[in-house]
Design a protein around this ligand. Sequence first.
Ligand SMILES: O=C(CO)[C@@H](O)[C@H](O)COP(=O)(O)O
Ligand SMILES: [Fe+2]
Length: 228
Amino acid sequence: MAVQIAPSILNADFAHLADEVGRIAPAADWVHVDVMDGHFVPNLTLGLPVVERLAQASALPLDCHLMIEDPDRWAPGYAEAGAASVTFHVEAARAPVRLARDLRAAGARAGLALRPATAVDSVRDVLGEVDMLLLMSVEPGFGGQGFLDLVLPKVRRARELVTDLDVRIQVDGGVSSATIERCVDAGADVLVAGSAVYGADDPAEAVRALKAQGQAAADASWWGGAGS
Ligand SMILES: O=C(CO)[C@@H](O)[C@H](O)COP(=O)(O)O
Ligand SMILES: [Fe+2]
């Protein structure tokens, strides 16, 4: 299974977003767009009008991570705006199964996100309804935070639970050359990296290096042969 890198533009220059995506486009699989509403998390970033324009201007598919309240109401709009993948938090959703189905019906991949304190087993029965499970390895809200090792057993458990499913496991927060191998070895196959990419002199080269490191870890891991 190919490891994918989704750089987060949270640490990019918001005045030149399309250009910032262009800097990673030669190497990245997705561009990770962190949508924060100032309520679900104590930070405010961007919303639907920006995502709509970015989806048109971006050289990469958009992986939208919605850190917002009432995703049941707002998330389908991001799929309709052109996001290729829309991830919402289970802690905020009233009807996660219905919402995942709405996202897929709107043409997007559906992702389910868990804060660090939310147990993976709490969503085991709905994993067949989604395309990706996002496990936060920092408390959501800000880039540049330290990686929380407590996510690693959760990643391993998630990988066990999706053995017979076509569900990607994404880790988000504090992913860098120092932590990516542990994430992938546990079972992650999509890695979000914000400051590790946009803090580098050459963001595309940083993505290539992370991908090579992650793929080597996957090939050597206990789950590496699983999935498609
Ligand atoms: O969703 C979030 C933060 O809430 C992340 O996507 C971060 O933006 C990733 O940034 P780094 O931790 O890699 O700097
Ligand atoms: Fe994120």
